[in-house]
Design a protein around this ligand. Structure first.
Ligand SMILES: Cc1cc2nc3c(=O)[nH]c(=O)nc-3n(C[C@H](O)[C@H](O)[C@H](O)COP(=O)(O)OP(=O)(O)OC[C@H]3O[C@@H](n4cnc5c(N)ncnc54)[C@H](O)[C@@H]3O)c2cc1C
Length: 135
């Protein structure tokens, strides 16, 4: 359908906006994009892939950019580079006594099934922490 309308697929993947270009009135006129690729779990720019596109409306859909920080800040919990609450790998206890985390706050944006699994595993760890053992 899109190809029939525009002659080619207008969607562009693996690309990010590098620069916004505004006119004299401060209104957005165009954007400079650059291709990106994954290297060592980080997005890196592909040199020489910049492209200038006409643009008068830019909607940013950034997806998950980290947990809301206020709860972690209230407890003084340390965050990972991706904005989730830091724990030892495979565990739910934070660096603070008696403070545990699970679900999206722990693993970053994920799925309901992971939230349920982590909630159960975390409850087990809390039980062990409180009782000294768990069944
Ligand atoms: C738009 C969207 C679509 C999604 N679609 C899917 C899908 O189709 N399938 C799927 O499996 N997953 C989907 N997910 C992901 C899924 O919703 C999450 O992975 C899951 O809900 C995480 O569960 P959670 O218990 O970790 O966190 P949440 O469900 O976010 O629960 C956290 C709770 O804590 C409460 N809270 C926050 N701060 C405080 C506070 N200070 N005091 C008390 N309570 C507080 C919040 O109100 C919230 O109720 C989607 C997510 C989004 C945003």
């Amino acid at each position: 359908m899109r190809i029939a309308l525009w002659g080619s697929d207008p969607r562009i993947y693996e690309t990010t906006v590098k620069e916004y270009i505004t006119g004299k009135n401060g209104k957005l006129r165009s954007i400079v994009t650059v291709k990106v690729k994954m290297e060592d779990r980080k997005l890196v720019e592909v040199p020489g892939s910049e492209q200038t596109l006409k643009c008068d409306l830019l909607l940013i859909a950034a997806g998950f950019v980290g947990c809301e920080p206020y709860t972690a800040e209230a407890f003084g919990a340390e965050l990972t580079g991706r904005g989730a609450v830091m724990t030892e790998p495979g565990h739910y206890k934070t660096g603070l006594p008696g403070v545990f985390t699970a679900g999206d706050m722990h693993r970053g944006q994920s799925l309901v099934v992971w939230a349920i699994t982590e909630g159960r595993e975390c409850a087990r760890e809390v039980d062990e922490y409180l009782m000294g053992y768990t069944v």
